[in-house]
Design a protein around this ligand. Structure first.
Ligand SMILES: [Zn+2]
Length: 105
């Protein structure tokens, strides 16, 4: 993801956590979003947490897919890969990453 496009795309984001936790990665392999199964889904910013379509790691295509899945959200899954959680601080983004994995577990 190019620094300039990230800044122009999400001025509300200062920190990004990217990881491959077991439950997030498992659902991402099924290419499924997280539906509104629990009120804590809303901590990611909406009624669901999307799964970005697969693209090769490190590509502009993956960046575009992730940004689309993060529209109006602070977290998303990456198909056949893992997850991303964002926020204004690294502490908050890490808290959200753990919360998303907890929801799926
Ligand atoms: Zn990764």
């Amino acid at each position: 993801m190019a620094l300039s496009s990230r800044h122009s795309a999400r001025a509300d984001v200062n920190a990004v956590v990217h990881a491959h936790p077991v439950y997030c990665t498992s659902l991402s392999i099924l290419e499924r979003p997280i539906p509104p199964i629990h009120y804590m889904v809303a901590v990611a910013g909406g009624s669901d947490i999307r799964c970005a379509p697969y693209a090769t790691f490190g590509t502009e295509e993956l960046s575009a897919n992730a940004l689309a899945a993060l529209e109006g959200r602070k977290a998303c899954l990456l198909a056949h890969h893992g997850m991303i959680a964002t926020d204004m601080s690294l502490d908050k983004a890490m808290w959200l990453a753990v919360e998303v994995e907890t929801l799926l577990r």
